[in-house]
Design a protein around this ligand. Structure first.
Ligand code: G3I
Length: 302
């Protein structure tokens, strides 16, 4: 196949990109997205500060603009994200425990409910672990305790029973303390019937990232009975070094049957959150980079 999405679809996978509402007026941006990708994650538009800027006052328009274009083209939509310590409405952090709990429940029920039936997978909880494998001391952790993550997953299942429910994090690109902390949580959730379906590996990488246990790490999670997804892939660098890392990650996903798709964190280098690292598959003029060919080849030979 000659596009990323079509190549991924040959094995039943998706290949998505993070998309920003603010660039939808640019024809080359939209054309590249819709020609090459069959999946999307709104880069910021579903985050708490955008969708619920004030308590129980919801703003779905920016994300709807992306979701409607994606759905009309049959793309898989990843919802990002319901519970995260960053980009949180300022009003949230001042709540006491019982108000925070009900605000979190209401947020999940309203947001996941709004897109019920339209989301392939939700990042229900994002970045809740520290590098050493312990829980991050977020406002949710401090006020609600360890149980907030499973409470969030149960609320999400109720709000949208058909969406796959994921835990998502970064620096989990191999078997390390952080990924092991998450692994232990997922194993516990599966053993107790907490509704979790997938784990997202953000994969913000660079040309010299050590990926020696990348595939084995995906596989150990899959062996717990969850899907795995590469959710925010980007690789700082250029040329063959960058292309090789993209190839390794793509091949790892293709080698793990429960790795259901890959999302890159943007379309073009010029709009990347780390633009100076030129980390994406298309350059600032939408030219295909060496990394693009490496990914396409790996998808086609899987
Ligand atoms: O929308 C405002 C705009 O009105 C204003 O003029 C401008 C001035 O700085 O800021 C704009 O908001 C920015 C927003 O991106 C949209 O461009 C925020 O300042 C900026 O903080 C925000 O950054 C996003 C970042 O998450 C916030 O934490 C990045 O775009 C986004 O790529 C990044 O994505 C995260 C994932 O959600 C989770 N994993 C890590 C990943 C990279 O940090």
């Amino acid at each position: 196949a000659s596009t990323l999405g079509a190549a991924a679809a040959q094995s039943g996978r998706y290949f998505g990109a993070a998309i920003s509402r603010g660039h939808l007026g640019e024809a080359q941006y939209v054309n590249t997205w819709t020609a090459e990708f069959n999946g999307v994650t709104p880069e910021n538009e579903m985050k708490w500060d955008t969708v619920e800027p004030n308590r129980n006052q919801f703003n779905f328009g920016p994300a709807d603009a992306i979701v409607s274009q994606a759905r009309s083209r049959g793309m898989a939509v990843r919802g990002h994200t319901l519970v995260w310590h960053a980009q949180l409405g300022g009003w949230v952090s001042g709540l006491d425990a019982s108000n925070l709990r009900s605000a979190m429940q209401n947020h999940i029920s309203q947001v996941a409910g709004h897109w019920k039936g339209q989301i392939y997978a939700w990042d229900v909880v994002n970045e809740a672990f520290e590098e050493n494998g312990t829980r991050r001391q977020s406002v949710f952790q401090q006020k609600l305790g360890d149980g907030y993550i499973e409470e969030a997953f149960r609320a999400a299942r109720t709000a949208d029973p058909n969406a796959k429910l994921c835990y998502n994090d970064y620096n989990t690109d191999g078997i390390n303390s952080k990924s092991t902390g998450i692994y232990n949580m997922v194993r516990d959730f599966k053993s107790r019937g907490v509704p979790i379906d997938c784990v997202g590996f953000q994969s913000h990488l660079s040309s010299n990232s050590n990926l020696s246990s990348y595939q084995a790490n995906l596989q150990r999670f899959a062996d717990l009975g969850v899907d795995v997804q590469i959710t925010e892939l980007d690789v700082g660098g250029s040329g063959s070094g960058q292309a090789n890392v993209y190839r390794t990650v793509t091949q790892a996903c293709m080698a793990v049957s429960r790795c259901t798709g890959i999302t890159v964190w943007g379309v073009t280098d010029k709009y990347s959150w780390r633009a100076s690292d030129t980390p994406l598959l298309f350059d600032g003029n939408y030219g295909k980079k060496q990394a693009y060919s490496a990914v396409l080849d790996a998808l086609n030979s899987g």
